[in-house]
Structures are given as structure tokens and as C-alpha cells.
Design a protein around this ligand. Structure first.
Ligand code: ZN
Ligand code: ZN
Length: 716
């Protein structure tokens, strides 16, 4: 008689293998339910794993028992289903589920000491204490006089842990379970367009609907989210707001809290393990009503989900570029569908992917075409840089001067940090290139070093040309550091603020600067992408993009879309207050048709053109694209691996191209190649790759190169 097959727990284990592992029930116990967090023996180690499913054991060999069940049924089946889809679609090992589903504190075997109560209050001695010699402590004392505050809100407000610790040690402040009250500011008055947009979302409040809220800069998209959120909170639902980066969380969180009269918890990589665990647990229990997080928050367990918002949905940071390469926005849409709740994707410059989904009827496009509060869009003008050697053409400098004289603020966008993008020898033409990348090194004058922005290597300035010995090396072109220097010389009476990763290193530097700038008074802001994003700076009357020419001729098919997004976002910083603003675009190619399309109209019509072009060229989002990427120190290895892989992937359902070099063909010492796989449907493409993955992994060269599949790649 055949024996019954043994029922096994299929466990995701944090190892980079494309499979689950079977274990039997712990000795003397029964099989833990799916979603349980367990300790399992793996080789000589004990690891934390997650039970993903139950099934008949796949091997005849004796199964090892689960060592210990840490939490039974910790992860809800809905999230396990989402992860299952992600591992199949994005082709990452099931073990990555551990990283995505569990905060660090729960990935360890050691029991995690629960963080102390997350609110703090003043003790009677703290009420009395005179703290005039410790101004930061006195500020905290003042804040707490109004009632208990979350540790995290205090940290978000810029108070250091050491100041807090001191107050607790001195007995002035203690943890408390008392609820934190957030006073609600009742100033949510929507204009008719905003009201209509909110009504559309609310009409779908109990079912899945994907709404693409395409609101021009300044149209008040956030007010729409918050209005809808408030209604759902009133029905005891949770609201999850995904944002691209943590940079602006404190500012956003304070705004959300005061509008909703609710604590908002944050979830992102800048938090301590304890803070992340606290948020995770509060999301799972339903205690956290409003959660603001970066892409990883899309995998938070939610007790009573009601609404997901993806703010700045076009932002590339929603795509994870290593490990589990998922797109946070797309996963959020799938999750909302599974949960049967609405999702709002908001942007002034929506991605072509989302606009294509709207065209196909999968998303509902809700445009907000007018700025709220009566502000009008700025006047646009192209500044022809031809015939001018400097970084800024005379017409641009005159405009800057005019706006400063009228007490306006000026915002200049340049997507290059450092002093100069190239250091060059005028005698022989030598250029400082990175030895590990196909790229120039950037000259940073303040650091007196050359830096590669791609691999991080750096070196001091060579005293003379390494090729011909010429002592004078020339800095060619201008990054933000040089622009800051130039502008300070040209406008000595006006403060010049540089905003980039080099100048804004402290946690609050940028926010403090924004506060100062919002206080009014003329100034010049010069900076990188950080400046282009979502900030409301009402006194800025002139915004300019200094260099678009590289993007006009990029080999990346997404370059025109990205350029359009940057240009409309930067233009959107200008004239948001009482006075109408100007926007200038400096270029040496004023006749370029793309610039003509932008000047002619609004972002949505530009995006419409670009989408037509993608369709005509059969490029995403009109078709599905996946890249099989490979890299190694010797160029022939990845090329040969991809040639063999192409043989294995050949099918009537996909079009193959390559191997071709990546746009940056060498990075960090690795030669990078890719194979393009295109198909009309995303699902069939993913299925084909999934089916052939074991064959790819079995190729002998697969162990000699670094390789991975990138579904819906956003970098080429
Ligand atoms: Zn030389
Ligand atoms: Zn490099």
C-alpha cells in the first residue's frame, strides 16, 4: 500500500535561490498556518523563514522539522498572494519575501524587545524645570506642555535623541500610553474642480478603482487626497500614502496630521529598527490610521484598508533597482485591486505608463487643469545659448536681475552637482575619466577632488596633465557648485543657496532652507532634482532650466518623457503666489521639435504626443519590455552568456534583440550588456521568462557573470 504523501510547510528562506523549501511540523506539534514566522534549520544555520503554503512534500528524503514557530499566521493571505505574484512577475527569489514583508526586527531569531511606549509626556518636575541653559530641551518642554507627543514626531521635528534622552534621565519626561491629540486645522476648502475629483474617488470608496489625478503644479492635489482620506477615516478605514522619497516626510506628515486631526506614522529606511517595527505593528493592528511611507510600505499589513495614494506617481524612485526589482506604484495598484479599495495616483506630470492605462480604460484620468487659489501658470520663453560661452546667456542673467530687483526669488535648475562635469587638458585634450566606468569624473572644487558619480571612486586633482605634463588643467562646463560661485560674484548683495546632495547633508538642512526661503526676501536657489520636486515656494517668480541639451539627444527612449517631466515640474515652481511668474529654458537647440511641443501647450498634450511616438515605435508602454542584464569584469563573458540565453529564450511570443551594451557600458569595473525581450502582453512575457529561468541558471556561464531579469525596466 502506498503511504499518504507527507504534508509539508513550504517556507520562504532568506537565500538567493528561486524556490521554497519543505519542512515538516515541529516535533510534537502541528503544521503552522500559512503566513507563520518560523525558525528552520538550513545547512548548519538556523534561519527565520515564512510559511508561504502547505503541500505534499516534493522529495522522498526525510524532511527536517521546523525548529520553532515564532508567530502563527503573522502575514495575512492577501499579502502572501501579492508577494507570490511579485516573485513570479518580477522574477525574484521567494526568499526576498522575507525582506519585503518583515521589518528588520522580525527577521532575527532573538525575540525583539518591544520599543518603549511611543508617546512622551512631561512629568510634574518637567513642568516646573527651568531649562534656559539647554534651549533644545526647553523647546521640547514647550511642545510637551500642549500634551503628549510621539517620539517619532519629535524626531521628525528635528529634535535629537540625545536631548530627549537627557530629559528622560533627568526625570523631566517619561513614556506614556496617553493618546496623542493632533489639533485639526479646518481649512480644507476645496474649489469646484477639487471637489469633483474628490467625489469621483469617493464614489468608488468601497471597491477597486484606479484614479489618475493629473493636477497641474499648484492645483492642490494633496487637498483632494486629504479630503478623501478624511471621509474614509470617518468610516474607520486606514489610509496608506506612498511617497517617492523620505526627504520631505516631516513637512508632509505635519501637514497631513493637522489637516486630518490624526497621527500619521511613517515607514521608510531612515527610521530605526524599533520605529519600523512599531509602525509595522500599528499598521497590522489597525492602530495606525494614516501611514506615510516610501515604496516598501506597499507591503505593510493593514487591518482595515480604505485608500491607497501614490503621490508623484511618475517618480523613478518607486522602482527598486536591486534585489527584488518591483515597481512600488504598480504593486500598489495590484494590492488595491486585491483589497477592493480605491487607489489614487497623483502627479502633475504622470508617467506614460499610467496615461496609457488611462487610455486603455484601466485607470480613470481626472485632470485638475487650474491652479488653486487663483495663481496662473508662468510665461514660458526659450533662451538661445548659441554664441555665448558662459554657463548662463545674457538674456537669462538679465531676467534674473529683473526679478531680483522686483524682490522676487529665482530658482535655477541644473542636473549636475559638483564644480565642473569635466576636467580637461587644453594642451593635449586629456580628460579625467573614471578608470572603472565609461564616464568622466566630476571636479568638486570645495573638496578639491575628482569624483565619479557612478561608482563613487574619487581622487585628488592631478598636479599636471598625466599625458603631456601641462600644469594648467581646465574645468569645463558648470555644475551647481560653480553656478553658485558665479551667481555670488554676479549678485553679491543677494543670498545664493545651493541645493544638492553635497550641500544638504544634514537631516533638516533642506527643510530649514525651505522655511527660510518661504519667509520671503530675494534670493537665488540653484540646485538639482531636489529643487524640482513638489515644493511650494510662493515668492519664486522666475524658474529656469539651464541645460536640456544632453537629454534632447539621449539614447534612452524615456529621455523625452523625463525631460518633459523635469521641465514642467521646474516651471511649476514659478509664480505660485500673488505674482505671475516666468519660466526660461536655456538651450543651444531652440529649434528642437520636442521643445516646440512643450512650449505649445500643457504636459498632458506633450505626453499624448510622446505616447503616440512610443506606440508607433512599439516601445513601452505600448508593448511589454524586460531586460536580461549581465555584467562581469571581462566584456566577453556577459556577451556570451546573453547569446546563449537568447537561444534558450527564443519563442514565437517574444521579440529578442541583443546582446547590446548598456547605455553606460562599463560601471564600477563591470562591463554591462543586456538582452531586450519584448512582447505585446506583460503576462505572457513574464510567464515565458519564468518558465526558462531554470535553464538560464543552469548555463555554466551563469556562475561567471552577475545577471538578473528586470521587468518593466526604467534604466537602460
Ligand atoms: Zn595634456
Ligand atoms: Zn566610476
Amino acid at each position: 500500500m502506498m503511504s499518504e504523501p507527507v504534508l509539508a510547510a513550504r517556507v520562504a528562506v532568506p537565500v538567493p535561490l528561486q524556490r521554497l523549501f519543505d519542512y515538516r511540523a515541529p516535533d510534537g506539534g502541528s503544521l503552522p498556518p500559512i503566513g507563520s514566522r518560523v525558525v528552520i534549520p538550513f545547512g548548519k544555520r538556523q534561519l527565520v523563514g515564512l510559511v508561504i503554503e502547505h503541500g505534499p512534500a516534493e522529495t522522498d528524503s526525510e524532511l527536517k522539522p521546523i525548529s520553532e514557530v515564532l508567530d502563527g499566521g503573522l502575514i495575512p493571505p492577501e499579502l502572501l498572494g501579492l508577494i507570490d505574484w511579485c516573485t513570479r512577475y518580477y522574477q525574484f527569489p521567494p526568499g526576498e519575501a522575507i525582506q519585503l514583508l518583515l521589518p528588520v526586527a522580525l527577521r532575527r531569531i532573538k525575540p525583539f524587545r518591544a520599543p518603549p511606549a511611543d508617546a512622551l509626556e512631561l512629568t510634574p518636575s518637567g513642568e516646573e524645570a527651568v531649562l534656559s541653559r539647554a534651549p533644545r530641551q526647553a523647546e521640547i518642554q514647550n511642545l510637551l506642555r500642549a500634551g503628549p507627543q510621539l517620539r517619532q514626531s519629535l524626531a521628525d521635528a528635528g529634535f535629537s535623541m540625545s536631548a530627549l534622552k537627557r530629559l528622560i534621565e533627568d526625570g523631566h519626561v517619561r513614556p506614556t500610553e496617553a493618546p496623542v491629540r493632533v489639533p485639526r486645522k479646518d481649512d480644507l476648502v476645496l474649489n469646484p474642480a477639487q471637489r469633483q475629483a474628490a467625489a469621483i474617488v469617493l464614489a468608488a470608496r468601497a471597491r477597486f478603482a484606479a484614479i489618475l489625478l493629473a493636477g497641474v503644479t499648484g492645483s492642490g492635489k494633496t487637498e483632494v487626497y486629504l479630503h478623501v482620506a478624511r471621509r474614509l477615516l470617518a468610516r474607520d478605514r486606514q489610509v496608506l500614502i506612498l511617497i517617492p522619497e523620505i526627504g520631505l516626510t516631516p513637512q508632509l506628515v505635519r501637514r497631513i496630521e493637522s489637516r486630518l486631526g490624526q497621527r500619521a506614522l511613517t515607514y521608510h529606511s531612515g527610521l530605526s529598527d524599533g520605529e519600523r517595527l512599531a509602525c509595522w505593528q500599528a499598521a497590522r493592528s489597525g492602530q495606525a490610521r494614516v501611514i506615510v511611507g516610501t515604496r516598501s510600505a506597499v507591503f505593510l499589513p493593514l487591518a482595515r484598508p480604505g485608500l491607497i495614494v501614490v503621490d508623484e506617481e511618475h517618480d523613478a524612485s518607486f522602482k527598486q533597482q536591486d534585489g527584488a526589482r518591483y515597481h512600488g506604484r504598480d504593486v500598489a495598484v495590484l494590492r488595491a485591486r486585491q483589497l477592493g479599495i480605491p487607489i489614487v495616483l497623483g502627479s502633475a506630470t504622470p508617467s506614460l505608463e499610467s496615461l496609457n492605462n488611462a487610455r486603455a480604460g484601466r485607470y480613470r484620468l481626472v485632470p485638475l487643469a487650474e491652479r488653486a487659489g487663483g495663481a496662473v501658470q508662468p510665461r514660458w520663453r526659450v533662451v538661445d545659448q548659441r554664441g555665448h560661452k558662459g554657463a548662463m546667456a545674457p538674456a537669462l542673467l538679465q531676467a534674473i536681475e529683473r526679478h531680483l530687483e522686483a524682490d522676487g526669488q529665482v530658482l535655477l535648475y541644473r542636473n549636475r552637482r559638483g564644480y565642473a562635469p569635466v576636467l580637461m587638458c587644453n594642451a593635449c585634450g586629456w580628460q579625467a575619466d573614471c578608470h572603472r566606468c565609461s564616464a568622466h569624473m566630476t571636479w568638486h572644487q570645495q573638496l578639491s577632488r575628482l569624483q565619479c558619480h557612478h561608482c563613487g571612486s574619487s581622487m585628488p586633482q592631478p598636479p599636471r596633465c598625466p599625458d603631456c605634463g601641462e600644469p594648467d588643467l581646465a574645468a569645463v562646463g558648470a555644475g551647481t557648485e560653480r553656478l553658485e560661485e558665479l551667481l555670488s560674484e554676479l549678485f553679491p548683495a543677494v543670498p545664493v543657496h545651493r541645493v544638492d546632495r553635497d550641500s544638504m547633508t544634514g537631516r533638516d538642512d533642506f527643510e530649514q532652507l525651505l522655511e527660510t526661503v518661504r519667509g520671503g526676501g530675494r534670493c537665488i536657489l540653484v540646485g538639482t532634482q531636489m529643487l524640482a520636486k513638489g515644493h511650494h515656494l510662493p515668492a519664486v517668480t522666475l524658474a529656469a532650466v539651464l541645460d536640456v541639451d544632453q537629454a534632447l539627444f539621449s539614447a534612452d527612449f524615456r529621455a523625452p518623457e523625463r525631460l518633459g517631466q523635469v521641465i514642467f515640474q521646474v516651471a511649476g515652481r514659478s509664480g505660485r503666489g500673488q505674482r505671475r511668474g516666468d519660466f526660461l529654458l536655456q538651450t543651444r537647440h531652440p529649434e528642437h521639435p520636442l521643445l516646440g511641443q512643450m512650449l505649445g501647450g500643457d504636459y498632458l498634450s506633450l505626453a499624448g504626443h510622446l505616447l503616440d511616438e512610443r506606440e508607433a515605435a512599439a516601445l513601452p508602454p505600448a508593448t511589454a519590455l524586460a531586460l536580461l542584464r549581465a555584467e562581469a569584469h571581462q566584456a566577453e563573458l556577459p556577451r556570451d552568456f546573453l547569446k546563449q540565453a537568447a537561444g534558450l529564450l527564443r519563442s514565437s511570443a517574444v521579440e529578442l534583440a541583443g546582446p547590446i551594451p548598456a547605455i553606460m557600458s562599463r560601471r564600477g569595473g563591470y562591463w554591462r550588456f543586456q538582452l531586450w525581450l519584448q512582447a505585446p502582453e506583460r503576462a505572457s512575457l513574464a510567464n515565458l521568462i519564468q518558465a526558462r529561468l531554470p535553464d538560464l541558471a543552469a548555463l555554466p556561464l551563469a556562475r561567471k557573470v552577475r545577471w538578473h531579469v528586470d521587468m518593466d525596466p526604467i534604466e537602460l
